[in-house]
Design a protein around this ligand. Structure first.
Ligand code: FMN
Length: 188
């Protein structure tokens, strides 16, 4: 797909099913992610791939975290939480790995990891692979971070759900760029 067309038309795929994309297709996504802008080439990211029955282990980890916060949760609510990672055949956990650097503060490294996720989403869209960037409270929960093996210098920037899009893409409408892009100092 033409690059600008991809950039202008990408949408998320909230409903996903099917199989995990081929290794070759995934490699195309990974290469795109790793071309994100990255001050001082710190590569401040890493990604965990969760598929098949391992998604159930991730669901169990979510449930463990939720029970810690709300021990009164019903089994129905817990089952709902456990099933979240089953919403797609593959979940890519995107992690920002912050390194100490005199010129590259933490925010720049988190932004880089976020840009890597965006590149991955764009590559997925251009490859006709459905994708959706999610976080939710589980992304910021200590128990989830520990269970996924994050170190103290790491944070989850997203759970990227990947699979085959179910249903039609949502309709998008162009935004008025003048609302967000202004000439300075003429207009405030
Ligand atoms: C950091 C980040 C976290 C997000 N987390 C969620 C989420 O947990 N649940 C959700 O429905 N959408 C989440 N979104 C938004 C969706 O990924 C998506 O961008 C939004 O629904 C708009 O759809 P579009 O990408 O098709 O324009 C998140 C987006 C970002 C950038």
């Amino acid at each position: 797909m033409d690059l600008l067309k991809t950039l202008h038309s990408r949408t998320s795929s909230p409903r996903l099913a099917g199989v995990v994309p081929s290794e070759e297709a995934l490699e195309g996504l990974f290469q795109a992610a790793m071309r994100a802008p990255d001050h001082a080439q710190l590569r401040p990211w890493r990604f965990l791939l969760v598929s098949g029955d391992d998604r159930k282990a991730l669901g169990d980890l979510f449930a463990k975290a939720m029970i810690e916060d709300s021990p009164e949760l019903s089994s129905i609510e817990l089952d709902k939480i456990k099933s979240k990672p089953l919403r797609a055949p593959l979940i890519i956990v995107a992690i920002a790995s912050i390194q100490s650097h005199p010129k590259v503060p933490e925010i720049e490294q988190v932004l880089s990891a976020g840009a890597a996720v965006q590149n991955l989403l764009l590559a997925a869209y251009a490859s006709n692979i459905g994708a959706m960037w999610r976080t939710g409270s589980m992304a910021f929960h200590k128990t989830v971070m520990e269970g996924l093996g994050l170190s103290n210098n790491e944070q989850i920037v997203g759970f990227v759900y990947i699979g085959e899009q179910q249903g039609k893409s949502k309709q998008i409408f162009p935004l008025d760029s003048q609302q967000y892009f202004k000439i300075w100092p003429k207009a405030q």
